[in-house]
Design a protein around this ligand. Structure first.
Ligand SMILES: [Ca+2]
Ligand SMILES: [Ca+2]
Length: 524
């Protein structure tokens, strides 16, 4: 069973404390719509249950808050979680096919404090969404939007789930991977083109969120995806979930950086980023642009040295910006007076410090890249005329990166169904001994409640006829045309009587796919 949910609760504000106090999600499962299965947490006195009960799973926002709440209700603290991090999908692998389940996804808050004149005057007990299923007099249920009812089972013969193609790049140059996972086959539209785009502020190197767009339908499915680490915890739309992995920040593309072919030097350059000045994820003039450093035997540029004094230099640094090439200013302390980057006797290093960002800032606030000669040895030729170094960077996904993929909806393939139908359909449970484990609890009925067996392994649109061993027709059941591969039977005859114990024959008429016979026993 795969559950998915959106992220709306994460942006909610507490109306009283006026803070965003969202803290996490709890998932509950029950076999009854009153959610009695999880209600095993009692008050401190052991009288009555408290809250929604024991969750099947809990996902806690990473925010430094965890463990038990300070405030208690009847002696019981609220468990805030263990900083597991959030997700928007949960797979329950412990279900029994044929059993009716109810799942609830409940958001909870951490219980904000009210402060008055900087004193905490009151702290709320953490609160959680209620599970408010209402019942109709005839045993039906009306589910709120945080509850679903499901009956896991095999799909109809020939069923092929929805599929999504590989995501391919349409624009941009960010480094990362995008996989697309089908989470809810029945929601996936057939033959649609989807688009993934990214949102970033003008000064951000790394996108802060991603969007999923159904281009064919012209519909934005969500704009708040934030799982950039491929954890599979992000939100889904149209039944699919993009699983996005990208760089956390700018890195040097070592394979594509180096002296251009034909450069005479055998020297290597070493780059370091001055992360104490500008954060590396701050986009600004000259960063994160690829650079070219050109060396010469003549003075070709002017750098600055201590006290911003100009110093003539035999190199120049060019940034390849999206709007064209731009010369970058450098700080350079030329210790041996040769106007270029050189090895120093005694092992010291000269360093070119490339400056980026606004000209209005002080030089020492603009340091970005430090460039030194590496692996210095007597046979190394100092970079000079004809030496051109290219620094190439790898960037995270950001605004301007665009990917697309296409979807195929779920289908039932006739040829596959016909082949599979040659394996005989079957009955669960067989024999039926008094009861089946997946029968519902009694509600609003007298007697023993609804009984249930299932004919499974069926193709779509078939008819099941049940006969006694003497050939009398007991009941006729028709498949509802859905992709469920089963038909339930309440063990009542066509005359609405309880069926007698004994051996029965069933005949599955699947039209063009042929027919199958089987038998089952009912024991009281
Ligand atoms: Ca937390
Ligand atoms: Ca020098």
């Amino acid at each position: 069973m795969q559950l998915t949910w959106d992220d709306a609760a994460e942006r909610s504000y507490d109306p009283v404390a006026n803070v965003n106090d969202f803290e996490g999600y709890r998932i509950y499962r029950s076999t009854d719509p009153d959610f009695r299965d999880p209600k095993i947490i009692l008050t401190g006195r052991g009288t009555g249950t408290i809250g929604n009960g024991k969750p099947l799973a809990q996902f806690d926002l990473k925010d430094g808050r965890s463990g038990f709440s300070q405030t208690t209700v009847e002696g019981i603290a609220y468990y805030l979680g263990n900083e597991s991090g959030l997700t928007h999908t949960y797979r329950d692998t412990t279900v029994t096919n044929g059993q009716q389940y109810y799942y609830a996804v409940c958001a909870y808050d951490y219980g904000p404090s009210i402060t008055f004149q900087n004193q905490e005057v009151f702290t709320y007990y953490p609160s959680e969404n209620a599970i408010t299923v209402s019942r109709t007099p005839r045993g039906g249920t009306i589910l709120p939007k945080n509850v679903v009812s499901v009956r896991p089972n095999a799909r109809t013969l020939g069923y092929t789930p929805a599929d999504a193609s590989q995501a391919t790049r349409v624009a941009g140059e960010g480094t990362g991977t995008i996989n697309v996972k089908v989470l809810d086959s029945k929601l996936v539209p057939d033959g649609h083109l989807f688009k993934i785009t990214f949102n970033a502020n003008a000064d951000e190197v790394h996108a802060n969120s991603y969007n999923l767009i159904d281009s064919t339908a012209g519909k934005v499915l969500f704009k708040t995806g934030t799982d950039f680490e491929g954890l599979g915890t992000g939100i889904s739309g149209g039944g699919v979930q993009p699983i996005i992995t990208t760089l956390k920040t700018i890195v040097i593309d070592t394979a594509r950086s180096g002296f251009a072919p034909g450069s005479p030097t055998n020297a290597k350059l070493e780059f370091s980023y001055f992360d104490i000045v500008f954060p590396i994820n701050l986009k600004r003039s000259g960063f994160p642009d690829d650079l070219t450093i050109r060396f010469s035997n003549a003075i070709i540029d002017t750098a600055v040295t201590s006290f911003d004094d100009p110093v003539p230099v035999k190199f120049t640094v060019i940034a390849h910006t999206p709007t064209g090439d731009k010369r970058l200013k450098c700080f350079f302390a030329d210790q041996n007076g040769d106007s270029t980057l050189s090895f120093l006797a005694g092992g010291g290093h000269e360093e070119i410090r490339v400056l980026t960002g606004p000209d209005s800032l002080r030089t020492d606030q603009r340091y970005t890249w430090g460039i030194r000669l590496k692996d210095d040895s007597v046979s190394t030729r100092t970079p000079a005329q004809g030496d051109v170094y290219n620094l190439r960077l790898r960037r995270p996904f950001t605004a301007g990166d665009v990917f697309t993929f296409t979807t195929k909806g779920e289908v039932v393939q006739d040829a596959k169904a016909k082949q599979a139908f040659k394996e005989a359909p079957y009955v669960v449970p067989n024999p039926y001994v008094g009861a089946a484990s997946f029968e519902p609890e009694r509600f609003a009925v007298s007697g023993r409640g609804e009984r249930r067996i299932e004919f499974r392994g069926l193709p779509q649109n078939c008819t099941v006829r049940i006969y006694t061993v003497r050939g009398e027709l007991v009941q006729t059941l028709t498949h509802d045309g859905s992709t469920d591969g089963y038909i339930p039977w309440d063990l009542r005859t066509k005359d609405n009587l309880d069926v007698a114990p004994g051996l029965y024959i069933f005949h599955v008429d699947a039209g063009q796919f042929g027919s199958q016979l089987g038998k089952f026993a009912i024991i009281k």
